[in-house]
Design a protein around this ligand. Sequence first.
Ligand code: ADE
Ligand code: ZN
Ligand code: ZN
Length: 302
Amino acid sequence: MHRIGDGGSLWVWRLLILLQFVSGILSWGKEGHFATCRIAEEYLTEDAKAAVKELLPSSAGGDLASVCSWPDEIRHSYRWRWSGPLHYVDTPDFKCNYEYCRDCHDLGGNKDRCVTGAIYNYTKQLMDFNHGCYSTVEYNLTEALMFLSHFVGDVHQPLHVGFTGDEGGNTIIVHWYGRKTNLHHVWDNMIIDSALKMFYQSDLNNMIEAIQSNITDVWFNDVSSWRNCAANQTACPDPYASESINLACKFAYKDVTPGSTLKNDYFRSRLPIVEQRLAQGGVRLAATLNRIFASGPKVTTT
Ligand code: ADE
Ligand code: ZN
Ligand code: ZN
């Protein structure tokens, strides 16, 4: 046993701080993913609801939102390290546009290993299942559903489509009010956390309800265009990534330099962007799952 203040507990504290930092560099934080998936659940067709229910792990208790952060929870373990680059896609420094062929690769240059590539890949796996080409040996479709649901959230976080040189804002140290953090973490967590405290009585359900009512009134006329996907395509992550890098340039990186203190002005002007991206992520995840499971799984009988 280590006593508080001795060398052992200092290491435990260092480890905890490191883990907090590391978990922060991944994606929308837990709240963002929960909100996106909770919003998506509202818009699922009966066919999609049935397929999702069939594929969810029993630990989910039938609730997609409860497993939407799973890819962040496992990605540090040795077994899942390959999945790290699938959470984001970065553009060359200061390029405010996104191109699949130029940008979708990992640090080793392996093509398709990025968030948009992953969305195409997991959509295809789930489509095969829906068309009766289900092979348990080849794919684990429970994992495919959880990865797809998570990555549709991630591609809507503007700094998950950021610049290569600063790792989507991860290496830009800033202060959020009094607290030292980095720009990426501000967009994954801090804006949402501050909004919860300031406007939503620290209750995520209140924030989700506010976003849902914006979807049905303020953004009502835009929602059908959010769902648009090129004819004969099931998943459309490329336009979402283009929107994200555009928002990263116009709002996330704008007026920020290393060492900046970000507070009220930044918070007030960026929160509406965060809320709209959570809404779009949810509506589009549902639209994608609805297209994948359009006619329900085809059961092959012999
Ligand atoms: N690592 C490198 N770039 C990243 C990004 N845009 N988002 C999250 N992690 C990253
Ligand atoms: Zn992620
Ligand atoms: Zn992140």
